[in-house]
Design a protein around this ligand. Structure first.
Ligand code: EPU
Length: 336
């Protein structure tokens, strides 16, 4: 177990904020985690578990314990002629795992290429892109309950997955369970999902295989999304909002080009990027924070922004979108 005091989280948050935590604890095994969960001092502090910090916004220094998993490993737990089940350590880098599967020609998560973060977080927040969600390929999730200190294994169904949502994100469960392993189910004879956005365009004149799909997705993402090394960011800052069909029809009278994706008989999803763009907020700034011009759903640390700069810019956007469209934008990013 690694324990650090007054530790900088600069390398642990993709907004690149130089925030300090009083304690930083990293466990390397389930055994280590069990020890941590028996420690009275730990429970007397405020604490928060992080992954790679690619979906976090620190508003201030953290006077407590930041916990991180260092559990690694990719292990085949079962396979047949069509399917392989892999048990993956929560702290494995997500994109390295995707790359590993693509190299073996195991399909299912190639459309989720180049998403920052760790495997544990993929199951926590049900990451998604280009018509695929992590939950499509998750078999089960291994986790520890902070309350009992015991291990539990949740089936995919018990994880209660929906768009960017899961058992782990629900208010009553939040922060109460630590994920140690995720079992992914991948296909040895994969079918491909190519119908979202520009994927097919990128694959013209190319053989359709996992390697080329991964390459196409990486190119699309690089064109739109800023590199956190250049401008700190956390990918999409808000989720795409669901609105009622009546609300959508009334907006359509003023904005005939408003896009939508069907959800159920009562609701549609509208792209938050379109709303922010239409409100003229591309490039809009607050302090050192700005709305990214190529993909306005992304807020960037443009020039030594503080957590407050980013939070105030987000609040400004929420207010303007509420006033203009009557829609509440909800952050996908977690504020700490
Ligand atoms: N749009 C504009 N102006 C722009 C950019 C986009 O109007 O400048 C509109 C267009 O109508 C476009 C629509 O927004 O069709 C959607 O844009 P895009 O395809 O880029 O995707 P998104 O809905 O903004 C979601 C995810 C991304 C994921 C992409 C691709 C959420 C909150 N975000 O973004 O996920 O990569 O789809 O599948 O669901 C993330 O979560 O961090 C993330 C990057």
């Amino acid at each position: 177990m690694r324990i650090e005091q007054n530790y900088s989280l600069l390398k642990h948050n993709t907004f690149n904020l130089d925030i300090k935590t009083r304690w930083f604890v990293e466990y390397e095994s389930e055994e280590d985690l069990r020890k941590l969960l028996q420690d009275e001092y730990f429970f007397s502090q405020s604490f928060w578990h992080i992954g790679q910090g690619s979906n976090l916004l620190f508003l201030d220094h953290f006077n407590g314990v930041i916990v991180h998993s260092a559990i690694k490993g990719i292990e085949i737990v079962k396979e047949n002629t069509e399917v392989v089940w892999l048990k993956v350590g929560a702290s494995e880098d997500w994109d390295s795992f995707v790359s590993y599967c693509v190299d073996k020609n195991w399909g299912g998560i190639e459309n989720l290429s180049y998403i920052p973060g760790e495997v544990g977080a993929s199951a926590f927040q049900n990451i998604g892109a280009y018509g695929v969600e992590a939950s499509d390929c998750i078999e089960e999730v291994h986790m520890y309950s902070l309350q009992s200190g015991n291990k539990q294994v949740l089936s995919n169904k018990e994880c209660n997955y929906s768009y960017r949502n899961s058992f782990f994100k629900q208010t009553e469960n939040r922060g109460k369970y630590y994920i140690t392993y995720v079992v992914y189910r991948l296909q040895k004879n994969p079918t491909y999902k190519l119908d979202y956005g520009d994927i097919r365009k990128k694959l013209v004149d190319k053989e359709i295989n996992l390697k080329n799909i991964r390459q196409a997705i990486i190119e699309i993402r690089k064109e739109k999304l800023p590199d956190p090394k250049e401008y700190g960011n956390a990918g999409s800052f808000f989720t795409n909002p669901y609105i009622t069909i009546e609300h959508y029809e009334s907006l359509k009278q003023n904005y005939p080009d408003i896009p939508s994706y069907p959800i159920d008989e009562k609701r549609v999803k509208v792209p938050a990027a379109w709303l922010i763009d239409k409100a003229g907020l591309k490039g809009h700034e607050h302090g050192g924070a700005a709305v990214h011009t190529k993909q306005p759903l992304v807020l960037i640390n443009k020039n030594q922004a503080t957590g407050d700069d980013i939070a105030l810019l987000a609040a400004d956007i929420q207010r303007i979108i509420q006033e203009k469209f009557g829609i509440e934008l909800l952050p996908e990013v977690n504020y700490i």
